[in-house]
Structure formats: C-alpha cells, structure tokens
Design a protein around this ligand. Structure first.
Ligand code: 6GU
Length: 229
C-alpha cells in the first residue's frame, strides 16, 4: 500500500518509523511518504492560510497549495486514490472502515489546521479520487495530525503481513462487535489475587465459553451501544 500524508507539521509522523509500521516500511509492504504542504506554496512566507470570507474567528487554509499537492501526488499514480481528510465533522472511524480502507492501493491524508480547509478543496479532491471526511470521535483536536496517526495505525496493522501473527487480529476488541475478554499471565496468584480457575483447568471448551461470557458482560456494562441497547 502507498500512503501519502500532507501536513504543515510533518515531524508529527516521525513515530511511524517505529514498531510494526516501521518494519512494514522496511520490508516494502507499506510505502509511506510525509509531505510539507508549504512545499506547494510560492510566496516568500510560504503562506497556507488566510482570513475567512464572511468573517469570523480564525484562519482558513487556502485552496491553492492543497490543489497543487493533490495534483502532484496523483499525477503519475498507478491507482485512483482514496483521499481522506481528518475532520471532527466527518464519519466516525470504525473497525469496519479501517478494514475497508486497508484494501486500498493508495491513500492520501490531508491534515487541516486552523479553522479548516477551503471547502472547494474537498470538491476538487472528489474529482481525483474517492474522498472521505473521517473523525476519530466526538471531541476536538487542534489539527488532523494526531488523528491521522491513529488512522494509519488502525488501517496499517490490517494490511496482510504487518502483524506477524494474524490470529492476534481476530480476538481483539471490535473485530467481532464485542469488547475483548480479560487476559492473565503468571504468577497464578499475585498480591493475593487469583487468576480465574477456569483458565488453569485445561478445559478448552470451558475456557472458550468463559471468555465469550466475559466479552458479553463487559460489552453490556461498558459499551451497551455496541449491543444495540
Ligand atoms: Cl479527525 N480532527 C480533529 N481536528 N479533531 C478531531 C478529529 C479529527 N476526530 C476527533 N476530533
């Protein structure tokens, strides 16, 4: 998969060279490039924002650098890209969305700052590829960078080969619509607290049934919305 990120703070993404996604880039499963939006400006101050038409607080990102960035990143692309703009006004990211996006050949993430990006950029992007506004949830961050880090990690780990043991993907929270069951390791008694005896019983059927119960109970208590309640 090819991923391009456009941001005015490219160094936010230095962390993506670590751990599993760093390894995925090293072995060629993931081709990630982070670009500075200011490289597509032409004035001495490398201006990316201006005051909003109609008045109001804050600044709006100018369309011209975004247009040139999108043109540049799609010019000789092999596949029609999926262009994602992180936005608290977008659809909320779910595991299902991450799974869908993990099948794409080329993702472009456009990180907005200030009060947002000139609306015409989204219209133009829609001509170049499938364009999505995606939110992490119902709270506000200062800009899209931290949200895109989370999105790339959620999507990237679903690309075949990125997570070493694919079985570990199956038994996670949200993969089956439920929260994950609790895990324990040695010692069997720690500070007076015992591991649930069923896990020491060697009865694989009983363990599976207990884990399922735990998933259902946790989901009922913590996230009843996932059960449709
Ligand atoms: Cl994607 N961006 C910003 N700025 N804030 C958010 C968000 C995204 N998702 C939740 N809050």
């Amino acid at each position: 998969m090819r991923i391009d990120v456009v941001s005015i703070f490219p160094s936010y993404f230095d962390g993506l060279t670590l751990s599993l996604l760093g390894k995925a880039q090293h072995v060629g499963i993931l081709d990630l490039a982070v670009h500075d939006l200011r490289d597509w400006t032409h004035d001495r101050h490398r201006t990316v924002d201006d005051t909003p038409y109609g008045g109001g607080a804050g600044m709006v990102m100018k369309p011209e650098p975004w247009g040139e960035a999108l043109d540049g990143l799609t010019a000789d692309a092999q596949h029609r890209p999926t262009i994602i703009f992180p936005s608290p006004a977008g659809e909320v990211l779910t595991q299902a969305t991450a799974r869908e996006l993990a099948t794409r050949e080329h993702l472009i993430f456009g990180c907005g700052r200030y009060e947002g990006i000139d609306e015409r950029v989204f219209e133009y992007a829609s001509e170049l590829g499938e364009t999505r506004l995606i939110s992490l949830g119902d709270y506000v961050l200062n800009g899209g960078e931290v949200a895109v880090m989370a999105m790339i990690e959620a999507i990237g780990r679903l690309i075949p080969g990125v997570v070493g043991n694919p079985e570990s993907l199956v038994e996670e929270s949200h993969e089956d619509g439920l929260l994950e069951y609790p895990s324990y390791t040695k010692p069997s008694v720690w500070r007076g607290r015992e591991v649930p005896p069923v896990l020491l019983s060697g009865d694989h059927g009983a363990v599976a049934a207990w884990r399922r119960d735990q998933q259902l109970e946790r989901t009922r208590v913590r996230r009843p919305d996932l059960l449709g309640d």
